[in-house]
Design a protein around this ligand. Structure first.
Ligand SMILES: Cc1cc2nc3c(=O)[nH]c(=O)nc-3n(C[C@H](O)[C@H](O)[C@H](O)COP(=O)(O)OP(=O)(O)OC[C@H]3O[C@@H](n4cnc5c(N)ncnc54)[C@H](O)[C@@H]3O)c2cc1C
Ligand code: SF4
Length: 326
């Protein structure tokens, strides 16, 4: 079955998409709101703000890679094109791999589609320990509901794949509760390739949901443009300087792009956002920048099984034990 490439069609119909690798002279881009990073935070912001009638500029350092280029389902291509540091990003001691996306759609282009609401204990921790206001379970409920509807989040109804089945059997044996994970998919082929870019546009990542909608609303997407620095004076962001990258989306091509906007949203992910703020020399009187990064470690469980288990086939995460939550 032929799967139409959303971007090939959209660009042909007039979407404003700029590949900074093709720029040959310095230039200035202007907008009401400039959004740095096109992942979960950037994509949703772009859709909401463009719907509100604002002129939105969405900037992404990684390349625009779409379903047509995911069809080979090749891991080497995916790590090279879609992941920060080719998938080799790690803590400074090398002990923990830090997997993050780096293409249009950010980490949502490669994530595994598990779509949980932020757990109540986490929201409570933020309120109590980090003075975050307006994010209680009750206040967040309508927002979660809105995004669940927007991204087609529903518990995975198909049978779990072999390794998730083993997890379910283990939970049942131990008397632990386990439930089907909600996934943000529409017409999923159960292929198991979520981590390498969905070849059939079933995963409702930002690449196929909010960003196309923002482009339909007149937003501009610039990819292969890395924001090096935010400019600021008197406590206000006045602009940003970006460097266009070559086709490899890594090395600068020598062209500088100045960004002017009334508002800036920095949505570069948990590592790159504080890095940008730090290298821009933003005021940080309490030396808090980059000091509170949290990760959710993923621990692999490996076992020799009596039957054949092909964990790479089928939705990669579909069963979650809940007995120990909260
Ligand atoms: C392999 C993998 C599997 C995952 N599975 C799940 C899952 O099943 N369920 C779940 O809830 N979460 C999952 N996640 C995590 C989830 O995708 C992220 O938490 C979420 O996407 C983070 O959103 P974000 O907007 O902060 O950053 P991202 O989505 O990472 O987007 C940030 C974007 O900003 C760009 N950027 C950064 N700095 C600059 C700069 N200076 N200039 C221009 N662009 C810049 C980056 O290239 C990137 O594209 C997974 C992540 C990965 C990598
Ligand atoms: S499992 Fe579904 S969402 Fe994931 S890559 Fe395959 S078709 Fe896409």
């Amino acid at each position: 079955m032929a799967i139409p490439d959303l971007y090939a069609e959209g660009i042909a119909s007039g979407w404003k998409v700029i590949d900074a690798a093709k720029l040959s002279a310095a230039q200035t881009l202007e907008a009401d709101v400039a959004i740095i990073g096109s992942g979960a935070g950037g994509g949703v912001s772009a859709e909401i703000l463009s719907l509100a009638g604002l002129k939105v500029l969405l900037i992404e350092e990684g390349p625009l890679k779409t379903s047509d280029s995911f069809k080979d389902m090749d891991e080497r291509r995916a790590y090279r094109d879609l992941y920060q540091e080719g998938g080799a990003r790690a803590t400074s001691d090398g002990a923990i791999a830090v997997m993050q996306g780096r293409s249009v759609g950010g980490s949502t282009t490669v994530n595994w589609t598990s779509s949980f609401r932020t757990p109540a204990p986490t929201l409570k921790f933020w309120a109590a320990e980090r003075e975050v206001v307006g994010h209680s379970v009750e206040e967040m409920a309508p927002w979660f509901q809105k995004m669940e509807e927007r991204l087609n989040v529903e518990p995975w109804a198909a049978a779990p794949n072999p390794n998730n089945s083993v997890l379910k059997r283990g939970c049942d044996k131990l008397g632990w509760e386990a439930h089907a994970i909600p996934r943000n998919v529409k017409g999923c082929w159960n292929s198991g390739y979520c981590g390498f870019g969905c070849p059939v546009n079933a995963k409702q990542s930002m690449l196929v949901s909010t960003i196309p909608e923002a482009l339909r609303n007149g937003a501009t997407l610039v990819h292969r443009l890395r924001v090096k620095q935010l400019q600021h004076s008197d406590g206000k962001i006045t602009g940003a300087i970006g460097e266009a990258l070559r086709d490899d989306a890594r090395t600068p091509n020598g062209v500088s792009v100045t960004i002017k906007a009334r508002h800036f949203i920095v949505a570069g992910g948990a590592i790159n956002t504080p890095a940008l703020l730090l290298r821009s020399g933003l005021p940080d009187p309490n030396k808090q920048l980059g000091q509170h990064t949290l990760i959710h470690p993923v621990v692999l469980t490996i076992a020799q099984m009596p039957e054949r288990i092909d964990p790479f086939l089928g939705a990669p995460q579909s069963i979650a034990p809940t007995t120990f939550n909260g």
